[in-house]
Write a protein that binds this ligand. Structure first.
Ligand code: ZN
Length: 206
């Protein structure tokens, strides 16, 4: 399934893929971010329109924010100048851009953005062990877990809850290796406090 989604978007030039806000290049990672988003776009063949890249500098806010201008319909990813943004987070943001266009049938919500987007990420470009708003997993299972959740969703409801329980159980039973906190200091963000507690308990084990 994933293979079918990987259409080659690389024929499009950077000029066709992006517009830039006037201050975007003040971001110290600007060139790296362009490369990351350009590479990630190869796995989002639905996005054939230019994305505006911009930056903000609010300390303590998110790594990046994605939205669509309601007047122009132009999608934008706004990167926080204070942080490095992982490829995993870039995929998450592109998931938000898909959500804005309802005909693509991606459910709304932070967790859904992660699951639908990161189900597409190839292992070779994963650079964090965080599934944003879901939790930490070994990096090589990031795509796996999200694809498992989408498979589960074909026949069940509550696929996100199922996924967070699945992850918590894997660690609780000692079947998984509990991942170290990644270099971007991302951490478990979940709306389900029960799961969060389970994961925190596991975290205290040697
Ligand atoms: Zn988000």
């Amino acid at each position: 399934m994933t293979e079918q989604l990987i259409l080659d978007n690389s024929f499009r030039s950077l000029e066709e893929k992006f517009n830039y806000s006037s201050t975007f290049f003040e971001h110290p990672d600007a060139d790296e971010l362009i490369n990351k988003v350009a590479k990630a776009l190869n796995y989002f063949p639905e996005i054939t329109f230019p994305i505006t890249l911009s930056r903000h500098g609010t300390r303590g806010s998110k790594f990046a924010i994605a939205y669509v201008d309601i007047h122009t319909g132009i999608p934008e990813i706004n990167f926080n100048i204070n942080y490095h943004c992982s490829m995993n987070s870039v995929f998450h943001e592109l998931g938000h851009i898909l959500q804005y266009f309802t005909s693509f049938d991606i459910p709304y919500g932070e967790q859904a953005a992660s699951v639908f987007a990161l189900a597409r990420i190839p292992d070779s470009i994963i650079d964090s062990n965080c599934i944003p708003y879901i939790g930490l997993v070994p990096w090589y299972r990031v795509g796996d877990y999200c694809r498992m959740a989408l498979d589960y969703r074909k026949t069940h409801r509550n696929y996100i809850k199922w996924l967070t329980i699945q992850i918590a159980n894997d660690y609780r039973d000692g079947n998984g290796v509990f991942p170290e906190v990644d270099s971007f200091n991302q951490y478990i963000l979940t709306d389900d406090s029960t799961i969060k507690n389970k994961i925190n308990i596991q975290q205290t084990l040697p």
